[in-house]
Design a protein around this ligand. Structure first.
Ligand SMILES: [Zn+2]
Length: 148
C-alpha cells in the first residue's frame, strides 16, 4: 500500500476521518478554499468561529453519503433537507451503496430495502429457513467469536 499523500492542514495528522464536504459558503467560514481538515479540526474551528453546521451545510455528493455524514446529520433533524432530491440522485450509486448500506430511509424507502433483502434471501436459500439459519450460525461463529 502506498502512503497517503495528504494530511490535515489543521493538525498535520495523516490518518484521519476527513471532514464532510460542506457547501462552499460554509466551508469558507472554516478554512481556506484548498485546505483539508480532519473531522476533529473541523469541529474545533466550528466552535472557535461559531459557525453553524447542519445537514443543510452538507454538499449533496456521493462522498457524504458513502462516509456516513448524511446519516449522522440526519439524526439531528426531523425531516429531510430541502435538497433531498439532489441526495437521492446519488443514493443508488454502487460506490455509495457498497460503503453505506442500507441507505437512509429518506433516500430509498425501507419497504424497497426489505424487498431487496427478501429477494437475496430467496435467491441464496430458495426460501429455506433451515438453510438460512445454518448459514447464519456458521457466519456468527466465524465473525463473532465469543470471548473465552
Ligand atoms: Zn486535524
Amino acid at each position: 500500500m502506498s502512503a497517503k499523500p495528504y494530511r490535515c492542514d489543521g493538525c498535520g495528522r495523516r490518518e484521519f476521518k476527513p471532514a464532510p464536504m460542506l457547501r462552499d459558503d460554509v466551508w469558507l467560514k472554516l478554512a481556506d478554499e484548498h485546505e483539508l481538515l480532519c473531522d476533529k479540526c473541523m469541529w474545533r474551528r466550528q466552535r472557535e468561529r461559531r459557525v453553524s453546521i447542519t445537514i443543510h451545510s452538507l454538499a449533496p455528493c456521493p462522498v457524504n453519503l458513502a462516509s456516513g455524514w448524511f446519516d449522522e446529520f440526519a439524526r439531528l433533524v426531523n425531516s429531510p433537507p430541502r435538497d433531498i432530491d439532489e441526495w437521492r440522485a446519488f443514493a443508488l450509486d454502487p460506490w455509495v451503496l457498497a460503503r453505506n448500506f442500507p441507505p437512509h430511509s429518506w433516500l430509498v424507502s425501507p419497504a424497497a430495502i426489505e424487498a431487496f433483502k427478501n429477494e437475496i434471501f430467496m435467491q441464496r436459500f430458495g426460501g429455506s429457513v433451515h438453510e438460512a439459519s445454518e448459514f447464519l450460525l456458521a457466519f456468527l461463529k466465524k465473525h463473532h467469536k465469543p470471548k473465552l
